[in-house]
Design a binder for this molecule. Sequence first.
Ligand code: NAD
Length: 295
Amino acid sequence: MQIAFIGLGNMGGHMAANLVKAGHGVRAFDLDAGAVARVAEQGASAASSVADAVQGAQIVITMLPAGPHVLRVCFGEDGVAAHAAPGALFVDCSTIAVTHAREAGEKAAAAGFSFVDAPVSGGVAAAEAGTLTFMAGGSEADFARAQPVLAAMGKNILHAGGVGNGQAAKIANNMLLGISMIATSEAFALAEKLGLDAQTFYDISSKASGQCWSMTSYCPAPGPVATSPANRDYQPGFAVAMMLKDLKLSQEAARAVGFETPLGRDAEAIYDALSKDGHAGMDFSGVIRRIKGEI
Ligand code: NAD
């Protein structure tokens, strides 16, 4: 399959390399020439522009910072839609607003293209290992077209429904993650105040009804889970800035449908304060340090 890949940053660079490894022809473009050169070293062809990247591509993948970038790259002047082959499938793997994904879907359809939103769960390590989880929104037929290509970059490829539903699943999931990380941190901090050390509380709560992913896979307290960022001074992992981006998207989406998520709103405020206080680059599990009054 001939694939155009646009956006070769921390995630996209590895994802494009995995497509090459799976035997696809990849023409890669990024505004950063260094990023293009790194992917070209892995066997992709270096493209000099969006127009150059999409020549002959049946599938165009974007992995960009946010919704406005995706709309500009796909539908702006000299963008993907102006140069792609008729009937090409656009697959956007960036995390963007549900409204932006649906706008992209409508614009693609009006111009004779197909669109699937396919945001990912899993960070840079999963992008490199090809073990991402994709949550895809699009028609059955478009999902079936995207599925084998996504499978070269991930291990779980899930269909969430129509266009925009992939983003909806992603931000609802990450709102839950943000809330559960704060809740887990409060529980460990309270247990410590009451005289339990982190390991003792972990051994009990991980076998009781408080058990959750934030505790057993990514424990915010140093000690119990060897691979947690807590054991490497909260180096990310998944940074506060990225969690804040997803929580803001969840609140935007909730407002757009007139719905209240009080704990999601509180989680956004907590991560926003951490970010403003200079901790945007810390792993999001470092919120426990704020709860303990250490930062
Ligand atoms: P990044 O900032 O490292 O990469 C984005 C790339 O897009 C950059 O290389 C930038 O030069 C390029 N770019 C921007 N505008 C462009 C344009 N007009 N044309 C061509 N290239 C352009 O970001 P990332 O960490 O790779 O994340 C990408 C997306 O994936 C984001 O939406 C992010 O929220 C999402 N995401 C990231 C992670 C993570 O752990 N990093 C995890 C899940 C989802």
